[in-house]
Design a protein around this ligand. Sequence first.
Ligand code: GDP
Length: 406
Amino acid sequence: MKQERLRNIAIIAHVDHGKTTIVDKLLRQAGTFRSNEQVADRVMDSNDLERERGITILSKNTSLVYKDVKINIVDTPGHADFGGEVERILTMVDAVLLLVDAFEGCMPQTRFVLKKALALGKKPIVVVNKIDRPMARPAEVIDEVLDLFIDLGADDSQIEFPVVYASAREGYASLDPNVREGDMRPLLDAILEHAPAPEGDADAPLQLLFSNIDYDEYIGRIGVGRVERGSVKTGDSAVLCHRDGSQERVKITRLYQFEGLKRAECDSASVGDLVAVAGLNDLNIGETVCNPDCIEPLPFVKIDEPTVSMNFIVNNSPFAGKEGKFVTSRNLRERLFKEVETNISMRVEETDSADTFKVSGRGELHLSILIETMRRQGYEFQVSRPRVIYTQDEQGRTLSLWNCLW
Ligand code: GDP
């Protein structure tokens, strides 16, 4: 059964290639905003740190309705340090929009996510943005994209990707690289045509797979995922299947879907829908909620293990207390343990010293982003040098996963 009224897509883009602008224009084209609604100019805006690093760190969901079809748009993190997350985010979608600057062409930061998307069989749609730039070189950029696809092992159908030329800033898109006017409808039409509608049986017993965890000051932990089979209503009893094999009876008390930039509470959702569920306090990423009469959890996508660790230590140097607002061991502890609730491939451990916490992550970037985020939030602390984590295989050989990432 196909859900013809639904499309789930992810956007892959290098920073500054126009993702925020294009999502904003698509939402406007679809009339997602009421005319009197105040819209922040930059809808999928990244935080400062993302901008400086050239990658998306968090992933956000947006949706619009065009020609009676709901299009969910998911943002993707863009670096190998976030590998585990990327795979899970991509399980929510059926197609990816690869957004490329018509002058700059493909950039290395997007390579990793694109590779994962192609390997998972997602349907690519290439958008050559900033076609208005005087130096635009769309034909060469398409050649580069094609070379990259071949290099990354795209299959035949993926190599025959559709291309849409756009100027997100000027608000037009076209299948013809020479067009410099119009609106964004050609891109929305291309999404309806080329992104596969989700498939599945809406009448079968529920399977809801959570791929992301969000956190809200007021409602707490929120699971974000996709209904893989059946449907779900508020008030339903269900069984949450944990990673360790244990099961928990739960009730779906608060269900949301994405509407524009917001989470909107809803009564029900069906196969293919992306939903958010609040109230499941022990939920972890990769876990499934099932119908109590048919408990069939989906296979758990392995979370990548940490490869590097560092100690985070209360600042006891002569300069202590000069920069930060949050300086105590309790501040540091609370902040770090909060981080691991949503940052799934990160680990925090207590040590012999109450002032020192061992933090392990996927790579230097993963850890340095946490350090920098905390610094900007007013935390003051010291860190040790990063150490590579070693493990042993069955033959007793010492291995490090660290250099396997690349
Ligand atoms: P993001 O980092 O991918 O979200 O990119 P933004 O949407 O923030 O865009 C980065 C910059 O490129 C901004 O200054 C935009 O105004 C500009 N920009 C976006 N789309 C276009 C376009 O189609 N043409 C031109 N010339 N500039 C654009």
